[in-house]
Design a protein around this ligand. Structure first.
Ligand SMILES: Cc1cc2nc3c(=O)[nH]c(=O)nc-3n(C[C@H](O)[C@H](O)[C@H](O)COP(=O)(O)O)c2cc1C
Length: 174
């Protein structure tokens, strides 16, 4: 079972659309998947789900259970302010520390309107996951200039489709 994570709670994000394309790839390969969409983070989670409240917020627990019950993750992550979204870090801070990600595996995809494709975002996230003991696939996909390369449904840049396909193939074997 692969959990595909939409790494922002912004409504109608491009990131969420890319999640849809990624699960289509997994489906075509006959791989079981589930989606964890941070848009479903409860509004009060920063106050009622972290630290002393860990494990006590029912709605948040539904999302964290998707992480706990899975060993492989694809993080689709937009570039916000030269990194990954703070809301994703806050979500991670609400998970059981320190063993949630230990010995698990992740693949990373960056999405940006600018030219980096989330290069630094993916690098920052890799540091955190490695610190937590998670193995990160070296093959990272950076979808830069997303507005020019995505028509609202499909990636119009053939190279981007090939890179996602190749990453999915490698990650299934990883
Ligand atoms: C708070 C915020 C900060 C952003 N910072 C950057 C940035 O540093 N570099 C960049 O290329 N795009 C930046 N963007 C634009 C996103 O990359 C763009 O919205 C893209 O579609 C991916 O985000 P989305 O999944 O929310 O749509 C930012 C967007 C938001 C909402």
């Amino acid at each position: 079972m692969i959990t595909v994570i939409s790494g922002t709670n912004r409504q109608d994000s491009k990131t969420r659309a890319i999640v849809g394309l990624y699960v289509d790839l997994l489906k075509a390969k006959g791989v079981a998947y589930q989606i964890l969409d941070l848009v479903y983070l409860p509004e009060d989670f920063t106050i009622k789900a972290l630290y002393d409240y860990t494990g006590k917020h029912e709605e948040f627990n539904k999302l964290s259970a998707l992480i706990r019950n899975s060993d492989k993750f694809v993080f689709i992550v937009p570039e916000y302010n030269g990194s990954f979204p703070g809301v994703l870090k806050t979500f991670i801070d609400g998970l059981d520390y320190p063993y949630t990600f230990k010995d698990k595996k992740a693949a990373l995809v960056g999405v940006s309107s600018g030219m980096q494709g989330g290069l630094l975002a993916l690098s920052h996230l890799t540091d955190i996951f490695n610190y937590l003991g998670m193995h990160v696939l070296a093959q990272k996909v950076k979808l830069a200039f997303i507005s020019k390369n995505f028509d609202g449904k499909l990636l119009t840049n053939q190279l981007y489709n090939e890179l996602l396909e190749q990453q999915a193939e490698s990650f299934i074997k990883f």
